[in-house]
Ligand binder design. Structure first.
Ligand code: KE4
Length: 425
């Protein structure tokens, strides 16, 4: 039995499903997950001493590749001073200054420990600010696992066939209106049908949890205008896209100014971090200033701040976005070319270092069209790539990620593997 197999057997005895996050379980692609003991650059080293070229990048944070020396050094230096103080610390201020400089719509920001905490807190803020209860989200968008948002959710919830989680009271679910993404009429109808009742609209401005889906031209501007008109808080969940699609996230690339923004992943440099921020008049409702409570023992943790600051400074120095888009286009062209040669219908939406592969002939623009992709074929493709040392997200409903460390041999090899796997399907 391989080391991963024996670790998985032990894990399953004590950890539900043997994993600490469902999407890691390979349930939708079949087979058992491998365990990783080390990671560096574009490579994972498994417990079985296999080296894999990684396109999951720990679900987004590793935009500089794994274990970047600058991030490692920053954590080491911070560690000399201790791990957690439970008081304000200088690094939190530096992080707040960086985030507000990179994302000008964020006038004030609060650190927390995960993307889930960030999105959950913005929902509470929107409700506190507007004194309204209803929230609009979009089918397939995943905003973490807080009750109000685990309705028609993407990512692992969709992957495992439970987009509406058990355990969420009907009274909670009633306050969440779920609409199709990219459907303007649906938003107009929902706001007309619920006058003065909708506190906020939350969305992934580019979806990364139902595969990678971009908005129709003008859709984000439409949402900005209609939410302003109805006094509804517009929340961009940029936990995945923040600092990845552009230094200022999707809102920079699309020149849209949301009221609140959720962040995570990259800003932690691989350590547990979330953040949310936006208009000061909304953020100042937060305790200790105002009546909306939110808190966290390890929020602004010095090690996580040091790692995140090092990663953001590296982005500022390298400005890798054009380079990452060039790498993403290479991968896209390799998959499109191989599928064309095979006569296999495929969509490969890609922007910068985010992409996904849908085996379907119809363009994918929302939850319904994403589900038309051949998930079984994706599972076979996933394992064919894994067998050759390339690790894609273990689900047809996730985004793939590139890092600056993929530039060169890793991407060349990966494109060969992806093309070969398609030819052999
Ligand atoms: P976390 O609570 O997992 O830190 O963040 C939740 C979250 C919020 N918003 C967006 C847009 C997200 O993508 C996420 C988390 N992303 C998934 C990957 N699809 C995390 C992977 C996992 O659940 O293990």
């Amino acid at each position: 039995m391989s080391s991963s197999d024996s670790l998985f057997e032990r894990a399953k005895r004590l950890i539900p499903g043997g994993v600490n996050s469902p999407v890691r379980a390979f349930r939708s692609v079949g087979g058992a997950p491998f365990f990783v003991k080390a990671a560096r650059g574009a490579t994972l080293v498994t417990a079985d001493d296999r080296e894999l070229i990684d396109f999951v990048c720990t679900w987004g944070p590793a935009i500089h590749g794994h274990n970047h020396p600058r991030i490692r050094a920053a954590i080491g230096a911070a560690l000399e001073n201790g791990t957690s103080f439970g008081t304000p610390n200088p690094l939190e201020v530096e992080m707040a200054e960086l985030i507000t400089r990179f994302v000008p719509s964020i006038q004030k920001v609060r650190m927390c420990n995960s993307g889930t905490e960030a999105t959950m807190s913005t929902i509470r803020l929107a409700r506190g600010f507007t004194k309204r209860d209803k929230i609009i989200k979009f089918a397939g968008c995943y905003h973490g696992h807080s009750d109000s948002l685990l309705i028609k959710a993407g990512s692992g919830a969709l992957t495992h066939g439970h987009p509406d989680s058990a355990g969420v009271p009907a009274s909670f679910a009633r306050e969440t209106i779920v609409l199709p993404y990219n459907d303007r009429a649906a938003v107009e109808a929902a706001l007309t049908a619920n006058p003065g009742q909708v506190a906020g609209v939350i969305l992934e401005p580019y979806c990364g949890n139902v595969g990678f889906i971009m908005p129709d031209p003008g859709y984000l501007a439409f949402l900005r205008a209609i939410t302003a008109k109805h006094g509804v808080v517009l929340i961009f969940d940029e936990v995945m896209t923040g600092f990845r699609i552009a230094r200022g996230g999707v809102q920079e690339r699309e020149a849209i100014v949301p009221d609140l923004t959720c962040l995570g992943k990259i800003i932690g440099g691989g350590l547990p971090v979330g953040a949310f921020g936006g208009r000061a008049e909304i953020m100042d409702l937060l305790a200790p200033l105002g009546p909306v409570y939110q808190a966290g023992t390890l929020s602004g943790n010095p090690l996580a701040m040091a790692a995140g600051i090092a990663g953001l400074r590296l982005l500022e120095e390298e400005n890798p976005y054009q380079r990452l888009d060039f790498l993403g286009r290479q991968l896209r062209e390799a998959v499109l070319g191989a599928c064309r040669a095979k006569g296999l219908p495929v969509q490969v939406p890609q922007c910068g270092s985010m992409f996904s592969i849908f085996f379907t002939d119809a363009p994918v623009r929302d939850y319904a069209t994403a589900l038309r992709g051949d998930a079984k074929l994706f599972g076979r493709f996933f394992h064919a790539c894994l067998a050759e040392g390339v690790y894609l997200a273990p689900s047809a409903y996730e985004a793939g990620f590139l890092s600056t460390a993929h530039d060169g041999v890793a991407l060349t090899r990966a494109c060969e593997v992806l093309s070969g796997a398609i030819a052999a399907l």
